[in-house]
Design a protein around this ligand. Structure first.
Ligand SMILES: [Zn+2]
Length: 164
């Protein structure tokens, strides 16, 4: 590993810690040692990182159309910033940048994904469990999620229909 690469991985790790990603995810993405990540986390947040299992598929995370709309926004930003359309790996830089943009764009009172759930979106792209579709009615991209509790239709149209 070159010094420049090492520096880039550490910068990425710090960004992920700032967003409160789980230590195992940061370690997988950066190769930075877990004890160092844990002390970074403690330094930045004044508390120990939370453990617990990882949610590794979106179908298990998304319970409502509001969450579906929220995940679709993140997915659109992630794929926009990502290196290519094939997603044979998680694009970590795109993940961090898309997540920061996503949080800035998320309206107050919405149910935004946390960074660990955003990572699950990236994983689902990688293994082909999600695709982006385009809604002809409202002209937005939305996620089609395999085995989701709702159908492969636009979340915004579903929410509009309910509101009307
Ligand atoms: Zn729509």
């Amino acid at each position: 590993m070159t010094a420049v690469h090492q520096h880039q991985q550490m910068a990425l790790a710090v960004a992920l810690v700032q967003h409160r990603a789980k230590i195992s995810i940061i370690h997988a993405g950066t190769g930075v040692a877990r004890p160092l990540l844990r002390s970074l986390y403690h330094e930045l947040h004044g508390e120990a990182p939370r453990g617990g299992p990882l949610a590794t598929s979106l179908a298990g995370i998304l319970k409502t159309r509001t969450q579906h709309a929220s995940a679709s926004l993140f997915a659109a930003l992630y794929t926009d910033l990502g290196a290519g359309a094939r997603y044979d790996a998680v694009d970590w830089q795109a993940l961090v940048h898309a997540y920061a943009m996503y949080r800035a764009l998320s309206p107050r009172g919405s149910e935004p994904l946390d960074i660990n759930q955003a990572w699950a979106v990236a994983i689902d792209f990688k293994v082909g469990r999600v695709t982006l579709a385009h809604c002809e009615a409202c002209q937005v991209p939305y996620l089609v999620v395999a085995h989701a509790v709702f159908g492969p239709t636009c979340p915004l149209c579903a929410l509009y229909a309910r509101a009307g």
